[in-house]
Design a protein around this ligand. Structure first.
Ligand code: PXP
Length: 250
């Protein structure tokens, strides 16, 4: 039986636009509240070390003001763990920020970085935060995620979305198979499977057909689409696409 598929909306790029002028508008927390009102199941925000979009005060306000789970994306650093300790998000997704933390495709290098990452994962788990690892769909990597006791893995969909966008059909088919086999393998290890990066209406609909995914996290496309249709319509259309993908018979 296929379970429900949640939509987490990433509001980082509302902050990108705000920061372009150095003022307070547009307010990413207002976008988060509107996204929830429009059907988002959760809000994702990435507090980068360079604070290029989301800032500390945004995270504090998000945690205080939103009624749905906050997925806090963060690098594995003492500073970010301290932030997670203070605000206690529902989930923390560990992502690479530096080249050396990344695999060739772009997910977190949890195989090479195991010893560095383990204390951060343990510390977050100790705070009752649901840890997610943003990784490539690779068996060895998924085995390591299970060994590290991460309850959740988010598969990096960037290579697939790029291949689709450039019309590279063979590569796209190969990447989609990798994601679908990775999701099944991760789920067989007891991991909750999420996906994200670069998804749009069409790719989200296609990927929703993979029954092992429980959540998609989508940002850049939705915020861009909101310029033309408004954020509620962008989210409704995304939800409808995901629903069609998951339950084609309606
Ligand atoms: N998931 C993770 C772990 C991310 O870091 C990001 C942002 O890069 C996303 C999902 C959302 O990606 P996008 O903004 O391309 O939809």
């Amino acid at each position: 039986m296929t379970g429900p598929l949640r939509l987490g909306v990433n509001i980082d790029h509302v902050a990108t636009v705000r920061n372009a002028r150095g003022g307070a508008l547009p307010d990413p927390v207002r976008a988060a509240l509107l996204a929830i009102e429009s059907g988002a199941d959760g809000i994702t925000a990435h507090l980068r070390e360079d604070r290029r979009h989301i800032r500390d005060a945004d995270i504090e306000r998000l945690k205080a003001e939103i009624s749905k789970p906050l997925n806090f994306e963060m690098a594995a650093t003492d500073e970010m763990v301290a932030m997670a300790r203070r605000i206690k998000p529902h989930a923390a997704c560990l992502v690479p920020e530096k080249r050396e933390e990344r695999t060739t495709e772009g997910g977190l290098d949890i195989v090479g970085g195991r010893d560095h990452l383990k204390p951060f994962i343990d510390a977050l788990r100790g705070e009752g935060v649901r840890v997610s690892l943003f990784v490539e769909a690779d068996r060895q990597v998924l085995d390591m995620a299970a060994e590290l006791n991460a309850p959740v893995v988010e598969l990096h969909t960037g290579s697939w979305c790029e291949a689709v966008a450039h019309g590279h059909e063979a590569a796209a088919a190969r990447e989609l198979r990798r994601l679908s086999e990775g999701a099944a393998y991760g789920a067989s290890l007891g991991l909750e499977m999420h996906a994200g990066h670069g998804l749009d209406f069409a790719t989200a609909e296609t990927l929703a057909a993979v029954p092992d995914f429980a959540e998609f996290n989508i940002g850049h496309f939705l915020i861009g689409e909101a310029i033309f249709t408004g954020l509620p319509a962008a989210i409704w259309t995304m939800r409808a696409a995901m629903e069609r993908g998951r339950n084609p018979a309606g």
